[in-house]
Design a protein around this ligand. Sequence first.
Ligand SMILES: [Ca+2]
Ligand SMILES: [Ca+2]
Length: 157
Amino acid sequence: MTKTPSMKIRKRKTAGAVLLAFIMLLAVVIAMPISRTVPNVLATHSCTWNGIDIHPNSCPNSINLNSKGTTPVAILSNGDFDATTVDPSTVEFAGAPISSRGGWAWEDVNNDGLLDFVCHFDTQDLNLDSNSTEATLTCTYDGKGFTGEDSVNIVGP
Ligand SMILES: [Ca+2]
Ligand SMILES: [Ca+2]
């Protein structure tokens, strides 16, 4: 049987469809690990942080605004940021300065080999209310400004 030009085109089209299907399958395979991690990210949304970890290594970050205690917050070091250069006198979390009761310390709270800056705030001084879902910490380090955020879960009466 002689191949007509139209058959050739049809064959090429079939090959194109097979290739397309293969690419789509490949895309699905590649996307699978991502789609597997997405639900995890969503599930742990309340534990995510942006530079800080309220109640280090604890989740959710429950805060009882009637508590007479202190709330610990870790400013986390990373490859580009050394939390040991934080100026403690400039640290403010939800409008409150570092508590004289809790103070601050350098401690590697997330075991990544980099010292983090852990500080405590008088919970009753925090400018948060029952509708708050996140809290912000600001400070200066090395003459530069730092802003970190983490989620909060307001509990209690
Ligand atoms: Ca936490
Ligand atoms: Ca660390």
